[in-house]
Design a protein around this ligand. Structure first.
Ligand code: AGP
Length: 609
């Protein structure tokens, strides 16, 4: 959503903060700003647009060697992207400054109360209300930490904040509630940030703050207290093992391309330690204490929901578990959630911070259902609130468009299906299970070999269809979920309108849209549904619609462009289809000159509703 960083230490603080903001820019880039103490004042410098605009402004400033500072890169929620709405926000008297990620839900009523007390507001943000609320509490509290805590108790909603005060130029305060914030412990320096890469070059020693933690930090000291009673919070520092290289481009043109080509390793990493040495059993100790779900409600958003839709096929056919897939923003507002006895929720989220998915998890737990988390980010909110959590182990996904995360989610869903299959111990399944596991184990090498040719075809076809303003993506069965994902990728990367549709649905209306300027990308693999999908393709062609058909060798399909990928038994064929769809969208966006890693209007983690 937004990225925040606070620093107190021994180095010039502003360059450290700016460097950290660059590593957080994937979280939003509508505006940016920094705050630091200078000559007994609390300087705030902000700029609309990407971080480079702020850097240009800073270049004209005499920046002191302040050793404590904080910064913010914004994805707008309240108030348009503009300098007046950029963070940090200051209290009316300039004594306090704050950076904030999240939403204060009762900010309007607080603003009314504060206005009546004489506070003046210069922005439309909820954040400016929060910093003036702290200032108001400060009038009654000689200790800023207590004033900060008092204000946070009055503010309802989600926040990860850093706060500085003019009178304490070497100290920053921080707090989190339903928004990510990690504390970094260095040698003579301390950090708080929305994500680990922001300070990883300086320290690997971190504390994953909990909701309700409040922090006071200077260069050599810190204390983490509980908001509810200001008693010390119990935390064990953890060591981060992955390195900055893992979060860099490694020579690829974009993070997205790197992450697409990482998928063979991602599959291998997701399987690591989760298959028995004999290769015939799935080891998921995270699920050992749970029974096999009577029914599984898989809840997610966006690409993660497409993974859920794809996983349903395996869970139903391999593990005989009835599955409902739910879009989290719909699920969380349903009356009488259909969670029956023995039902479980499975919430899928790469970031582990998606607000709607987190809310869905909380609702399921409130109804007494076990809520399994499937996340990529260790220590994320969903990971920590889930009844149990499985990590996809995909490494940091920096590109806003999710690619390797979906691949890893699919792999985990396949392993979960085989795990629960084994728990039901049907005799016919054992032999088949070994067969499926052998195929999963062969995927990394198969994909490694297939990706270069796939990329070449994607590049060629993207140029051929680059003038299209509309696209259909069609698929049946497990390929329907992939068609939806292909359409989402094209939409969010190249800004071309694309509709993902069940191929069988075209004749019920959408086919009216088909004409030579409205091409169709049809996924028609060599599987039992192929004849049906082939008919749907012919219906499109009969209306002069152009068709790119993604298929396997030997299907004999005819289309304007036939793209063959290596055959895999359905539904594992999705592991070959997914990268092809990703590469087509990537090449289209790059060819059209779009900002591939940071598409307009998007953010990597949507931590608000
Ligand atoms: C993916 O390409 C999208 N940017 C978006 O749909 C994303 O998948 C969705 O916001 C869910 O994110 P999560 O997996 O972190 O919960």
């Amino acid at each position: 959503m937004c990225g925040i960083i606070g620093y107190a230490g021994c180095r010039p603080a502003v360059p450290v903060v700016i460097e950290g903001l660059h590593r957080l820019e994937y979280r939003g880039y509508d505006s940016a700003g920094v705050a630091f103490a200078q000559n007994k004042y609390l300087r705030v410098i902000r700029a609309k647009g990407k971080l480079s605009a702020l850097e240009e402004k800073l270049a004209t400033e005499q920046i002191t060697t302040a050793t404590c500072a904080m910064g913010h890169t914004r994805w707008a929620t309240h108030g348009v992207p503009a300098e007046r709405n950029a963070h940090p926000h200051s209290s009316n008297d300039g004594a306090l400054a704050i950076v904030h990620n999240g939403i204060i839900e009762n900010f309007q009523e607080l603003k009314t109360e504060l206005t009546a007390k004489g506070h003046v507001f210069h922005s439309e943000t909820d954040t400016e209300v929060l910093v003036n609320l702290i200032a108001e509490c400060r009038k009654r509290e000689p200790d800023l930490l207590y004033a900060f805590a008092a204000a946070l108790r009055l503010a309802h909603g989600a926040y990860a904040v850093c706060l500085m005060e003019r009178g304490a130029p070497d100290t920053f305060y921080a707090a989190r509630m339903s928004a990510p914030l990690i504390f970094g412990i260095g040698a003579g320096e301390n950090f708080a940030a929305s994500d680990i890469p922001a300070f990883l070059p300086y320290t690997r020693k971190v504390i994953f703050l909990d909701d309700g933690d409040i922090v006071q930090a200077s260069a050599k000291n810190y204390r983490i207290l509980r908001l509810e009673n200001l008693q010390p919070a119990a935390h064990e520092p953890q060591k981060i093992l992955w390195d900055m290289q893992a979060a860099q481009k490694n020579g690829y043109r974009h993070f997205m391309l790197k992450e697409i080509f990482e998928q063979p390793r991602v599959i291998a990493d997701a399987m690591a330690g989760r298959v028995s040495p004999q290769g015939d059993a799935v080891l998921l100790p995270e699920l050992d204490d749970l029974p096999v779900p009577a029914r599984l409600h898989i809840v997610a958003c966006g690409t993660s929901w497409h993974a859920a839709l794809w996983g349903r096929h395996l869970l139903e056919s391999w593990a005989h578990i009835p599955v409902q897939t739910e879009i989290a923003s719909e699920f969380r507002y349903r009356d009488n959630l259909p969670l029956g006895k023995g039902d479980m929720a499975l919430v899928i989220s790469q970031s582990g911070e998606t607000a709607d998915t987190l809310a869905a998890l909380r609702m399921a737990k409130k109804q007494g259902a076990a809520a399994i988390g499937l996340c990529n980010v260790i220590g994320s909110s969903i990971a920590r609130e889930a009844s149990t959590v499985l990590y996809t182990q995909a490494g940091p996904e920096i590109s806003v468009a999710s690619t390797k995360a979906m691949c890893s989610q699919m792999l985990m869903l396949a392993l979960m299906a085989l795990y629960w299959q084994a728990k039901q111990d049907r005799p016919t399944d054992a032999a088949r299970r070994k067969g499926w596991l052998d195929i999963l184990a062969s995927l990394p090498a198969m994909l490694e070999e297939a990706l270069p040719a796939m990329h070449e075809t994607a590049r060629r076809l993207s140029r051929k269809y680059a003038q299209a303003r509309n696209f259909f993506y069609l698929g049946r069965g497990h390929c329907f979920a992939l068609a939806l994902e292909g359409a989402l990728k094209l939409k969010e990367l190249s800004y071309i309108h694309a509709e993902g549709y069940a191929a069988g649905e075209m004749k019920h209306g959408p086919i009216a849209l088909i004409d030579p300027a409205f091409p169709t990308f049809a996924v028609a693999l060599d599987d039992p549904l192929f004849p049906k999908t082939k008919s749907n393709i012919e219906e499109v062609q009969a209306r002069q619609g152009k068709v790119i058909a993604l298929t396997n060798e030997g299907t004999g399909l005819s289309a304007d462009d036939v793209w063959t990928v290596p055959h895999l038994p359905p539904p594992l064929a999705g592991f070959m289809v997914l990268p092809a769809l990703q590469l087509f969208s990537y090449e289209m966006a790059d060819y059209l000159g779009k900002d591939v890693d940071q598409p307009r209007n998007l953010a990597k983690s949507v931590t608000v509703e």
